[in-house]
Ligand binder design. Structure first.
Ligand code: G
Ligand code: MN
Length: 233
């Protein structure tokens, strides 16, 4: 298992503000699989648990060696969010490496609020009390109600790439992106657009006041050493 890193850029200055850590599985027959190709299996046989704790520790140890102003986001599957284990894994990793909690973001799916709402809300509050940031991944695909925005203890939303990719050719997708940015800002949430594949889209997102951009036009997910060579000072 290896963590790759994809840059997240400030939409106005176009400087790197951090990275999303993305898992890659090097299989015995020398293939490199992306999460979509192994996550379902990993979740089914519970190997997802040790692998996710490893990802948190690995990302935090990486942060300790990166400039103070950079952050890293780690994806957390909904089933691991509840309970005390994630709290102690996150706390221990930050303590051991003396990394400021605000530099670690946990990306969770919009669907976490579907069941167990009360438990999930208080768990997100607990995590935010430690000081880590909560980001809602793939936003727009999970059929949220408006009360979602009112109640959600989060810091950031990521607009799903299925809206971002066609936003210049589809008026409706453009309207969704624009509306979500405004709505999120009204609730003091930072907005990240994922799936930014060309500079024209990047420019439009900047015009629409999107805060952070991520996508192939800036870089693909890279092995840590390559990320550091290309994106660290
Ligand atoms: O939302 P989620 O965390 O699943 O999104 C991350 C995934 O999106 C990663 O697998 C990453 O490789 C992929 N990705 C990143 N940038 C782009 C992009 O610009 N276009 C597309 N189509 N996919 C992207
Ligand atoms: Mn993600």
């Amino acid at each position: 298992m290896e963590l790759y890193y994809q840059p997240k850029l400030h939409a106005g200055y176009r400087t790197v503000v951090g990275a999303e850590a993305l898992m890659r599985w090097h299989t015995p027959d020398r293939k490199v699989l992306v999460p979509g190709q192994f996550m379902a299996v990993a979740e089914h046989n519970e190997v997802i648990r040790p692998v996710t704790w490893w990802a948190i520790k690995s990302a935090v140890s990486r942060l300790a060696r990166w400039p103070e102003e950079l952050s890293i986001a780690v994806n957390i599957t909904p089933s691991l969010l509840l309970g005390d284990e994630i709290i102690s894994v996150v706390r221990d990793a930050l303590d051991i490496h003396m990394v400021k909690p605000k530099r670690l973001t946990l990306e969770v799916l919009e669907s976490i609020m579907v069941e167990n709402q009360e438990a999930m809300l208080s768990q997100l509050e607990r995590l935010r009390k430690i000081g880590v940031k909560i980001s809602i991944d793939d936003f727009g695909t999970g059929f949220s109600s408006l009360s979602y925005f009112r109640d959600l203890p989060a810091d950031e939303i990521k607009i799903d790439k299925s809206f971002v990719i066609p936003m210049l050719s589809s008026k409706k997708d453009h309207a969704i992106v624009k509306s979500v940015i405004d709505l999120a800002h009204n609730f003091s949430l930072q907005v990240v657009a994922e799936g930014v594949e060309d500079m024209e889209i990047a420019a439009r997102l900047t015009d629409l006041n999107c805060d952070v951009l991520q996508g192939y036009v800036f870089d693909r997910p890279l092995p840590a050493a390559d990320f550091e060579k290309r994106h660290l000072p």
